[in-house]
Design a protein around this ligand. Structure first.
Ligand code: S3P
Length: 180
């Protein structure tokens, strides 16, 4: 994969998409290629709170977590040269999207619900509070449908059947298109 220099801008690159679409893995590799700092919003929130996301949901509730996401979106919106992997709902909030889009290019990573179901089921290291409980498949399909239109507002990148490196290359290609 060719390393590219971003000649025209040092805008942030923001990755959104449903849980399990590879935002963090793609973001990490993309940041390496661009020489940008990588930020994972869930990791930042967890580090600042000193506890895992599912513990924040359990102890403080989802609304408190969404407030933390909003504060972080405002903070990150003022920075440059970051690749930001966002939690699955962060960019679906209009104020968060406005704060981050101001100086950033936003890409939605897409995967089919079928692929998301497999990826989430295989990712036993991550506890996702919104998907806990029985019938993982039903929850994923319902939430995916609810969010589909929101994700469709940003530049699409298809990830199904692709490796992380291939997805990174697709994002780099889209960046080149717009820099031309
Ligand atoms: C959420 C997605 C999670 C995390 C939290 C809520 C969501 O991040 O922010 O569990 O509402 O979609 P990932 O998309 O990185 O799994």
């Amino acid at each position: 994969m060719a390393r590219r220099e971003d000649k025209t801008t040092d805008a942030n690159i923001i990755l959104t998409g449903f849980m399990g679409t590879g935002k963090s893995s793609v973001g990490r590799l993309l940041a390496e290629h661009l020489g940008y700092e990588f930020v994972d919003t869930d990791e930042w929130i967890a580090a600042r709170c000193g506890k895992a996301i599912h513990d924040i949901f359990r102890d403080q509730g989802e609304a408190a977590f969404r407030e933390m996401e909003a504060a972080l979106a405002r903070e990150l919106g003022g920075l440059k040269k970051k690749v930001i992997a966002t939690g699955g709902r962060l960019m679906l909030d209009a104020d968060n999207a406005a704060a981050l889009s101001r100086r950033g290019r936003v890409f939605t990573l897409w995967a089919t619900p079928e692929e998301i179901i497999v990826r989430v089921a295989n990712d036993t290291a991550t506890v996702r509070p919104l998907l806990e409980g029985p019938s993982l498949e039903t929850r994923i399909r319902a939430l995916f449908e609810e969010r589909r239109a929101g994700y469709a507002r940003f530049t699409p990148i298809e990830t199904s059947g692709k490796t992380i490196a291939e997805v990174v290359q697709l994002v780099l290609n889209r960046l080149e298109d717009r820099a031309a």
